[in-house]
Design a protein around this ligand. Structure first.
Ligand code: AMP
Length: 260
């Protein structure tokens, strides 16, 4: 897996996320630097709301590691001999459906070392159900850690559909672009690693509809779960990415220019 962590002030990746992608005992060769303050965050929001872009910007600003369960499944999709459980998960993913809680929780549990990373973490795409949110709290508690906040991005449905239609993802490092709002310098080519930019299978219109319905029925209650004890921070996801980042940092109580 190509190095694809965030870039700090030094311009080099803060982490190669090897422990996240390879799991079970793998460790990152590039590790985030110790910070005065490390953040443990969850990013929530419907598909297409711009979570991937915000995740990259937030990781750069806060020095956290971007942990996406969707990236794990896409990476696993290249496995020529998937186990029956993984094959079923990938089939569910292609239909735009959620993978089973059991499978996803197992994957995260195998990578729970990442939850103790000194750079903190930014979970993107997990948890998506209340059962997953409860499992995450339990994993963190067992390790003496806790979540700082769950950031929920909100955007009207029409804007979501427009965004997803133009989204392109690098097949190498998974960086996310948009043909209109965040184009790569050379069309179809990733700015970061030179890899080809692809439209995801699950960004097809029929899969988008299934994913939005899944979000409303199963992930909306996760927002309520975090709202109950004050961990939810809702952020309007309209406008340019830098403006959304600014809103997010203010929601976290981090002033721009004072990032850890
Ligand atoms: P994403 O890139 O986060 O939109 O994830 C892409 C797909 O991976 C989803 O549509 C699901 O099929 C699957 N997936 C990723 N994370 C989860 C999760 N936490 N629970 C269930 N399915 C997931």
């Amino acid at each position: 897996m190509a190095a694809s962590g965030s870039s700090g002030d030094s311009g080099r990746p803060d982490s190669d996320r090897a422990a996240w992608f390879r799991g079970a005992g793998a460790s990152c060769s590039i590790r985030p630097e110790a910070r005065e303050r490390s953040y443990r965050l969850v990013l929530l929001g419907p598909p297409g709301v711009g979570k991937g872009t915000q995740a990259e910007l937030l990781c750069e600003a806060l020095g956290t590691c971007h942990l996406s369960t969707g990236d794990l499944f896409r990476a696993a999709g290249c496995d020529p001999n998937p186990t029956p459980a993984l094959a079923a998960a990938l089939e569910a993913m292609r239909r735009g459906e959620l993978v089973s809680d059991e499978m996803v929780i197992d994957l995260v549990r195998e990578r729970s070392g990442c939850l103790r990373c000194r750079g903190g973490f930014l979970l993107d795409g997990f948890p998506r159900t209340v059962a997953q949110a409860e499992a995450l709290d339990k994993l963190l508690q067992e390790r003496g850690e806790s979540l700082d906040a769950a950031i929920a991005y909100e955007l009207p449905t029409e804007q979501i559909v427009e965004r997803l239609g133009g989204r392109r993802t690098c097949s190498g490092c998974k960086a996310v672009y948009h043909v209109v709002s965040r184009p790569s310098r050379v069309p179809g080519v990733c700015d970061q690693c030179g890899g080809p930019l692809m439209e995801r299978d699950d960004d097809r219109p029929e899969a988008i509809r299934v994913r939005l319905a899944a979000y409303e029925s199963t992930t909306r209650p996760v927002l309520e779960y975090y709202a109950r004890d004050g961990r939810l921070k809702s952020v309007a996801a309209d406008g340019p990415p830098e403006q959304i980042l600014d809103r997010t940092l203010r929601g976290l109580g981090v002033a721009q220019g004072e990032t850890p």
